[in-house]
Design a binder for this molecule. Structure first.
Ligand SMILES: Cc1ncc(COP(=O)(O)O)c(C=O)c1O
Length: 393
């Protein structure tokens, strides 16, 4: 079979769980001439995107936009609120929780890392236990990944919040929403999250390159006395943007043009409730296809299924990356690789961002044909199961 990476005919299917497909009109917005980031036109843009992002985070509070990847926004959350030697509680939900933990370690924080098997979200009971064992309040933050992109498992954030409240513990709650923001319902204010971390390249339908923090009043207060060295990431320098529209350094001007367009699509045209419902429908259709193929979902708990991606286990003795290669070569579709502990064992189907029923159908067809071509044991009928569901609801 010819390698289609060098011979594209028709459109490539980018079905990794981010970066996601960027709508043409967002690409066109990004292609506009760069403007003076100290001029009046930029001030309007800056204010508009900050206020749009507040609606996405469902917050009235502070939103900071960095010209960075999501990893930068992770770092910003920690360095603005912590002091050297502070302790944080983190939970091993998958590869991204593990990477955030590694970062915290490199920054010199002490970490209580609660082990997990990568098939479940954070258990609120474990949060309660960890906090109950900390009567001196040495733990300064509870850090949770809302949607583990490596596993397709979500964590119930209100339940984590309730566990912190029940323990009467003052730790900040920090949540990574990099692969859930603008795809799965998320409420920064209502759930009383202190720092929410986001990125541009997933539900927001933009290329990579913007990182976000939504910040509570409590976290802003903590930041005033936090002693960790910070400069580029300092919220104090960035917090004026909502008022003035200007950034303390050169912003990602053209990505912000794209963000303005994407926000128009998400907030004003489709509306967030419809965005969440669309993702939920596509998540369910995908899971029905996987079950009909007789394959196993990595996520073990029905209440924690991710609606932005699905991680699928291949049968023992088969290599998920070989399957992905077959699908790329034969059908020009990129699926997400298994990361860290589940490398070779799972492939991930991204169904988030700029996506519709027929794109999902094409994606599932590519998987079904690929399973057949790669000789991975499965039952036929996954696509049919998804079609039946999509046609009915
Ligand atoms: C949940 C989650 N957190 C953090 C990151 C890291 O973000 P970035 O790769 O943009 O630095 C990712 C990237 O995919 C992610 O999915």
């Amino acid at each position: 079979m010819k390698n289609t990476q060098t011979a594209h005919t028709g459109r490539h299917f980018l079905q990794i769980p981010g970066p996601t497909n960027v709508p043409d009109r967002v690409l066109q917005a990004i292609a506009m001439p760069t403007i003076d980031h100290r001029g009046p036109e930029f001030a309007t843009l800056g204010k508009e995107v900050v206020s749009g992002m507040k609606r996405v985070f469902q917050t009235e509070g502070t939103v900071v936009i960095y010209p960075s990847s999501g990893t930068g926004a992770w770092e910003a959350a920690l360095v603005n609120t912590m002091s050297p030697g502070d302790k944080v509680a983190m939970f091993e939900t998958g590869q991204f929780a593990t990477l955030w933990r590694q970062m915290a370690g490199r920054l010199g924080l002490e970490i209580e890392f609660v082990p997990g098997d990568w098939r479940r979200g954070v258990e609120p009971a474990r949060v309660s236990e960890v906090l109950a064992a900390d009567p001196e309040h040495r733990i300064k933050a509870v850090c949770v990944v809302h949607n583990e992109t490596s596993t397709g498992v979500t964590t119930n954030i209100p339940a984590v919040r309730a566990a912190i409240d029940a323990a009467r513990h003052p730790a900040l709650l920090m949540v990574d929403t990099i692969s859930s923001l603008a795809s799965i319902d998320y409420r920064h204010d209502e759930w009383r999250v202190d720092v929410t971390v986001g990125g541009s390249q997933k539900g927001l339908m933009l290329p990579p390159g913007l990182g976000f923090n939504a910040v509570s009043e409590k976290a802003l207060e903590v930041a005033k006395s936090a002693k960790m060295t910070r400069s580029y990431w300092d919220w104090a320098a960035m917090s004026e943007t909502a008022q003035t529209g200007y950034f303390p350094y050169t912003p990602g001007t053209n990505l912000l043009f794209g963000l303005r367009e994407a926000l128009k699509m998400l907030l004003d045209e489709e509306g967030l409730p419809a965005v969440f419902a669309r993702h939920s429908r596509h998540g369910e259709a995908t899971r029905r296809a996987v079950r009909a193929w007789g394959l196993e979902l990595l996520c073990e708990n029905d209440a924690e299924f991710s609606n932005s991606l699905t991680a699928v286990l291949v049968p023992d003795g088969f290599d998920a990356d070989r399957l992905r290669e077959t699908i790329l070569d034969a059908y020009d579709m990129s699926l997400g690789t298994g990361l860290g502990k589940v490398k070779g064992k799972v492939f991930r189907i991204g169904h988030l961002g700029h996506f519709n029923d027929l794109m999902l159908c094409g994606t599932l067809c590519g998987v079904e044909m690929g399973l057949h071509r790669a000789g991975v044991p499965h039952k036929p009928g996954g696509v049919a199961a998804a079609l039946e569901y999509l046609s009915a609801v």
